[in-house]
Design a protein around this ligand. Structure first.
Ligand SMILES: C[S@@+](CC[C@H](N)C(=O)[O-])C[C@H]1O[C@@H](n2cnc3c(N)ncnc32)[C@H](O)[C@@H]1O
Length: 341
């Protein structure tokens, strides 16, 4: 792609993601299969306007997410479209519904102003409340948020398991995942290591839905239990603390508070795994540099370099051990210990 085409593609990027959003929101991806269906049937079954339905189906086919039969007004799902079905094992539907949904769509408009003023957290500016308080009071948003986190986790869990391949879990029996969401990562680790048990510390709005979360889905509810709480107040003692996509939600000062609080409860020699995107050097183009801007809009947080995480860990009393990377290098698992390794 020449530079001008790349730029045109980026300028119209939001059109494409909004077209995908409409496909998911109207139920088109979940409804269609590889067996072509007539537009009138699709519109009737999904209770949509037929003329408009044809236009959105045609646009989705043009983007490669559906297949359009020549001159027949019939559509079927493409291999790329399968990933946008709710029930696909690596579904991206949750991420699409969250990131292109109305709440997150609105916050981006604050970006130029925030850059000028040096004042982040557009969520607070737009809704008068921080993101997790907003989720606590909006069950529909909370549901979409949690499903999106499970969608992200479907990608991340595989990367964490890849990064920790060969790691010695023998001395680890109790794993506490802080802000573990629907428990995708914890459940898959407990399923891999049958001597471990776990606690997932989460906010009320997440714990209330624990019966539909991954520990129950995977039959691990006796070994992996939810604990309602606030990581700024109390975390239970454990051999290993995991935090995946948690510290990037918070400022450096807030991260030091969270890590210091864990340190207070942590037994000597316990470990912490911080699982995050890590910003690489200036010459490397990386998704983390874009995710950082999303964090600027949605929270008080940021994406960080490894050195920045090591500094925060040190300020909270933890000793850095090493970083484990999956082969994709998309994320890193930063390991630290209370005391000496
Ligand atoms: C970005 S999500 C990450 C979820 C999960 N770790 C993952 O990677 O899929 C942040 C999580 O932190 C939880 N959380 C936010 N504030 C918290 C607090 N004060 N105490 C415990 N959990 C909190 C949220 O409910 C949410 O599930």
């Amino acid at each position: 792609m020449t530079d001008i085409n790349k730029t045109i593609d980026i300028i119209f990027g939001r059109w494409k993601s909004q077209i995908l959003y409409a496909g998911a929101k109207t139920g088109i991806f979940d409804y269609l299969s590889t067996d072509p269906k007539d537009v009138s049937q699709i519109a009737k079954d999904l209770e949509l306007d037929e003329a408009m339905t044809y236009r959105i189906l045609r646009a989705l086919a043009s983007l490669g997410y559906l297949k359009e039969e020549k001159n027949e007004r019939k559509f079927s799902i493409s291999p790329e479209g399968e990933f946008l079905k709710k029930d696909h094992p690596q579904t991206l539907q949750g991420i699409l519904l969250l990131e292109e949904g109305p709440e997150h769509y609105q916050i981006w408009k604050h970006l130029p102003r925030m850059i000028k003023e040096g004042n982040q957290d557009a969520f607070l500016s737009e809704y008068g409340t921080k993101i997790f308080e907003y989720a606590a009071n909006n069950s529909e948003y909370s549901k979409i948020f949690n499903e999106a986190m499970s969608s992200y986790s479907a990608m991340h869990t595989a990367m964490v398991i890849d990064a920790l391949d060969g790691y010695d879990f023998n001395n680890i029996s109790h794993i506490c995942e802080i802000g573990g969401g629907q428990g995708h990562l914890s459940s898959h680790l407990h399923s891999k290591y049958d001597h471990t048990r776990g606690t997932i510390l989460e906010l009320e709005q997440v714990v209330n839905n624990h019966h539909t979360a991954w520990p129950t889905k995977m039959g691990l509810q006796d070994r992996c239990k939810y604990l309602k709480g606030d990581m700024f107040d109390y975390v239970p003692p454990a051999d290993l603390y995991m935090m995946k996509m948690i510290l990037h939600d918070w400022s450096d000062e807030e991260c030091v508070k969270i890590l210091s609080n864990i340190y207070k409860s942590a037994p000597e020699k316990s470990k912490v795994f911080i699982i995050e995107h890590l910003i690489p050097d200036a010459s490397t183009s990386h998704f983390s540099k874009l995710f950082d801007i999303h964090m600027m809009c949605a929270t008080t947080g940021r994406e960080r370099t490894l050195e920045e995480y090591i500094l925060i860990l040190k300020q909270a009393g933890w000793n850095y051990v090493k970083t484990h990377y999956p082969s994709s290098k998309m994320i890193g698992v930063i390991e630290a210990i209370k005391g000496i390794n």
